[in-house]
Design a protein around this ligand. Structure first.
Ligand SMILES: [Zn+2]
Length: 268
C-alpha cells in the first residue's frame, strides 16, 4: 500500500486559534432564531466508556479553523473507537425542527465504507454531506455546495477522497483498456480522466490518481467566484483530504502535493 506522508499523528490538526473568534452576522442571526439553543446537548449522549473522548460541550464551530479542528477531533474518536455519537438524542431531534446549522460540508465519494458522519463522529445537523462517485462535480453537486456555503454560511468545505476508490479505479481501467464504462458511469470516468497519473502503473497509479483527483476537485471549487470571494474574506476554507480505509485516518491533501504535515492554517 502506498505510504502517505501525511498519514501521521494529528494529520488534520491546525495551529491553536483564538479561543473565541468573532461570530459573523449569520451566526448571530442563527442565535437570534434560537437555532443554537440545543447545541450543547451532545454532552448527554456519550456512553460512559466514551466520556473521556467526548466532544467538549459548546456551540458548533463557526470559523474554518475551528471546523477543521472539530473534524480532526471527530476522526480521532472514530479511529480510537471512542465515538461520542453526538447530536442523536431525542432533544436533538426536536431541535432539528427549528432549522439546520451544519459547521462543515463534506464532498465525498458514494463509497459505503466512507460515510462522513461516521468517520468524523458527527451527528444530526453537524455536517452537510454531498456525495458522488469519485466526488466528481456536476451542476447538481455545485448547486448543493453553493446552497450550504452561501445560504447556510458553512465555513468549511472538505473534498474527501479515499483509499481504494472504485470510481477512480474504473476511470483508470477505462483509460488503459480504451473501453467506455457502461451507462452513466462513463460520465464519472470522464470527469476523472484528465487527472489520471501517467507516471505510475497498477495499484500505485490508482492511488496517486485518487490524491490528484482530490486536488483537482478542490481546485475547481476554489475557482468558483462566489466561493473564492468567501475564501478571500476569511469566511470559508476549501480543503482536500483523504480517508485511509486501513488506518481510518483522514489526512490533508495539500494543493501542491500530499502534505507531510498539516498546512499552517486551514488550507486557504
Ligand atoms: Zn470512491
Amino acid at each position: 500500500m502506498t505510504k502517505h506522508p501525511g498519514d501521521g499523528p494529528a494529520a488534520l490538526s491546525v495551529p491553536a486559534p483564538p479561543r473565541s473568534s468573532p461570530r459573523g452576522r449569520r451566526a448571530l442571526l442563527r442565535a437570534a432564531l434560537g437555532g443554537t439553543a440545543a447545541l450543547g446537548a451532545g454532552a448527554v449522549l456519550a456512553p460512559a466508556a466514551a466520556v473521556a473522548a467526548a466532544r467538549p460541550v459548546g456551540p458548533r464551530p463557526t470559523t474554518p479553523a475551528a471546523a477543521l479542528r472539530e473534524l480532526a477531533r471527530g476522526n480521532g474518536r472514530w479511529r480510537s473507537k471512542h465515538q461520542a455519537h453526538p447530536h442523536e438524542s431525542a432533544a436533538d431531534r426536536v431541535a432539528a425542527l427549528s432549522g439546520q446549522h451544519p459547521f462543515a460540508l463534506v464532498l465525498g465519494c458514494v463509497d459505503s465504507r466512507v460515510p462522513p458522519e461516521l468517520v468524523f463522529d458527527q451527528g444530526l445537523g453537524d455536517l452537510m454531506t454531498v456525495r458522488s462517485a469519485g466526488q466528481v462535480l456536476d451542476e447538481a453537486v455545485l448547486g448543493s455546495i453553493a446552497y450550504g456555503v452561501l445560504e447556510l454560511g458553512i465555513p468549511l468545505v472538505m473534498v474527501l477522497g479515499h483509499q481504494s476508490c472504485g470510481a477512480v479505479a474504473a476511470a483508470v481501467a477505462a483509460e488503459e483498456s480504451g473501453e467506455r464504462p457502461p451507462a452513466h458511469i462513463d460520465y464519472i470516468a470522464e470527469r476523472i480522466r484528465p487527472v489520471i497519473d501517467r507516471g505510475h502503473t497498477g495499484p500505485a497509479r490508482v492511488d496517486t490518481t485518487i490524491t490528484a483527483n482530490v486536488r483537482h476537485v478542490r481546485g475547481l471549487l476554489a475557482a468558483e467566484p462566489d466561493l473564492r470571494a468567501r475564501v478571500a474574506a476569511g469566511r470559508l476554507a476549501i480543503v482536500g483530504a483523504r480517508y485511509e480505509l486501513g488506518s481510518q485516518r483522514v489526512h490533508r491533501v495539500a494543493r501542491g502535493g500530499v502534505s507531510a504535515r498539516p498546512a499552517a492554517g486551514t488550507g486557504r
